[in-house]
Every structure is written in structure tokens, then in C-alpha cells.
Write a protein that binds this ligand. Structure first.
Ligand code: ADP
Length: 162
């Protein structure tokens, strides 16, 4: 049973994340998409809202489970019996950001392997940061976030027209 943990903030989940998870199904039997709780970060969406969005997006994916965790990613991976971390890479900058994190994780949990998938050109320009900016200024997010959560996000974050 090849189990992978796909950790992130998912504030909000984007089409980039979804692509990595769906492609990951060919490699892993089970993927746990998990929100890492970082008390020093400020989020646009609450933990409950982010979990709700993950649940909506992966409701019909039997290989995918959603979760949230406190503390170190490597500890949560061990707890869940996941031997792999799944990460997406959009650019060389993503790799520069990932490398020190992964070296530390490897130091703490040598048994845990990280598998990277390169994002496609269609999603490489999408980041949660950009999506949050678009939402803050009332822009449309079709094509950036999964269709399943468009209505939820518009309901939550956009002013209702009188
Ligand atoms: P954080 O940046 O807090 O770790 P994110 O939720 O932004 O969490 O990202 C989680 C994972 O998804 C990371 O591996 C990140 O590189 C990857 N990722 C984010 N956006 C994309 C995208 N557009 N295409 C592919 N992978 C992505």
C-alpha cells in the first residue's frame, strides 16, 4: 500500500493543487491531502472553510482523503503511516524553497521519501497567493480554483449585489 501525504496551506485549494493530486493517483494507492496548521500565519479562509473546500473537491475520489494536522509534517506522515510526501513544483524558485525544507525533513525522518511532480504549463502560473489577491479585489476566479468550490467562495467572500 503506497500512501502519500500532500501537505500545504490550501488557502484556498487551486487547480494547481488538484492537478498534482489527481496525477499522484497513478503513483500512490492513497493520498492524504492535509492542511498544516501554522498558528503564526494569517489565512484568508478559516481552517473549517479550507477543509470544507477540500472535502467538496475530492468527494468522489476514493483514493484521496482530507485531513488537518498540527506540528511537524514528518510526525503527521509517520502517524498516518505515509512513506511518501507528495509535492508540486512550478518553477526553479519552488525547488529553491523546497530544498532546505526537504533536507531538514530528511534529517528528522530519513525513511520518508519526497516525490515531486512538475506542474503543467496550464497551472504553473497559479498560486494561492495570487488567487487570494484576485478574491480580495473582487476579480473572477474561474479557471484558477476548482469548479466545485466556485459558488462556495463567491458566497463567502463576494459582496452580494443588491
Ligand atoms: P505552502 O506554500 O503553505 O506549503 P501550498 O498550499 O501553497 O502550501 O502548496 C502545497 C503544495 O502544492 C506545494 O508542494 C506547492 O509547491 C504545491 N503547489 C502549489 N501551487 C501549485 C501549482 N499551481 N502547481 C503545482 N503545485 C502547486
Amino acid at each position: 500500500m503506497r500512501k502519500a501525504l500532500f501537505p500545504g496551506s490550501f488557502d484556498p485549494i487551486t487547480r494547481g493543487h488538484v492537478e498534482i493530486v489527481l496525477r499522484g493517483r497513478a503513483v500512490f494507492d492513497e493520498i492524504i491531502v492535509a492542511i498544516g496548521i501554522n498558528s503564526s500565519k494569517r489565512y484568508l479562509f478559516s481552517l473549517e472553510e479550507r477543509l470544507e473546500m477540500l472535502e467538496q473537491v475530492f468527494a468522489h475520489e476514493p483514493q484521496v482523503r482530507v485531513a488537518a494536522f498540527d506540528g511537524l509534517t514528518v510526525n503527521f506522515a509517520r502517524e498516518q503511516g505515509a512513506a511518501f510526501l507528495l509535492r508540486g513544483l512550478r518553477s526553479p524558485q519552488d525547488l529553491s524553497y523546497e530544498q532546505p525544507l526537504e533536507l531538514i525533513n530528511k534529517h528528522m525522518a530519513p525513511e520518508l521519501e519526497v516525490v515531486h511532480l512538475l506542474s503543467s504549463p496550464e497551472t504553473a502560473m497559479i498560486s494561492s497567493t495570487i488567487v487570494r489577491e484576485v478574491i480580495r479585489y473582487g476579480g473572477r476566479v474561474e479557471g484558477l480554483i476548482p469548479d466545485e468550490i466556485l459558488e462556495y467562495v463567491y458566497e463567502l467572500k463576494y459582496q452580494k449585489q443588491p
